[in-house]
Design a protein around this ligand. Structure first.
Ligand code: PGA
Length: 257
């Protein structure tokens, strides 16, 4: 079954809403209908930018998708500082990143939290981009596949089989994030293939529809080789998504020599 590739730009804590408008306008001006029919393209800005991005995308009928970088476990209530899936859905978000390694590392998100956030996303009709991936020590010990599959198992615990086909999983080895040190296509495929196999074992043929992204120093000059791998369906692109020319080039990997 052919899966539509997905390139999602994770802006992290960069660009205010004015800068967000400028970047989305540049992307809208540069991408053409061929781009939008070849793949799904999304931006994942900070919360404070989302309303501006929505207004632009809706007003100009841009085929760009957008989403958020995190969401609360609960849908509403006394949770100062949190943003719920209900609010993100109301803003027209398609995606929400869940369990990014920076959330796990700097905000103490454990597997159970990630699982509750995956459920909160699904409950609100958002597609979670579930992030998994090992750090340097685990990789050096050769335990990267088992470690990553454990994270995935915990993240998807209790998820209904009917919700799985629409999931996105991002394999992001922590040692590759923001370091310029990209995984080799073979190393990325090893884990992305194992991710799909595990989903197939638990949920059956829906695994063929799940998009598995690679993330970690993806750029214009390494994307094409990664995208040739059978189980890599796209990218979660950090640094390279802040530069419109670079992000457009990443999304045009199919045209690279
Ligand atoms: P990077 O970040 O592309 O800057 O390495 C990827 C990510 O953290 O999603």
């Amino acid at each position: 079954m052919a899966r539509t590739p997905l390139m999602a730009g994770n802006w992290k804590m960069n660009l205010n809403h004015i800068e967000a408008i400028a970047l989305v306008q540049k992307l809208a001006y540069t991408f053409n209908t061929d781009d939008f029919s070849a793949l799904e393209i999304a931006v994942i800005p900070p919360f404070t930018d989302i309303r501006s991005v929505q207004t632009l995308v809706d007003g100009d009928k841009i085929a760009l998708k957008y989403g958020a970088q995190d969401l609360a476990k609960a849908d509403k209530g006394a949770f100062t500082g949190e943003i719920s899936g209900v609010m993100l859905a109301k803003l027209g978000c398609t995606f929400v990143i869940v369990g990014h390694s920076e959330r796990r590392q700097f905000h103490g998100e454990d597997d159970q939290t990630v699982n509750l956030k995956v459920q909160a996303a699904l409950r609100n009709g958002l597609t979670p981009i579930v992030c998994v991936g090992e750090g340097t020590e685990v990789r050096n010990a050769g335990d990267h596949v088992a470690f990553t599959l454990n994270q995935l198992k915990a993240a998807l615990s209790g998820v209904a089989a009917g919700d799985v086909a629409n999931l996105v999983v991002a394999y992001e080895p922590v040692w590759a994030i923001g370091t310029g040190e990209v995984a080799t296509p073979a190393n990325a495929q090893e884990v992305c293939g194992a991710i799909r196999n595990q989903i197939r074992e638990v949920f059956g043929s829906a695994a063929d529809q799940v998009r598995v992204l690679y993330g970690g120093s993806m750029k214009a000059d390494n994307v094409a080789a990664l995208m040739k791998e059978p189980d890599i369906d796209g990218g979660l692109v950090g640094g390279a998504s802040l530069d419109p020319d670079e992000f457009v080039s990443v999304c045009r990997y199919r045209l690279h020599p």
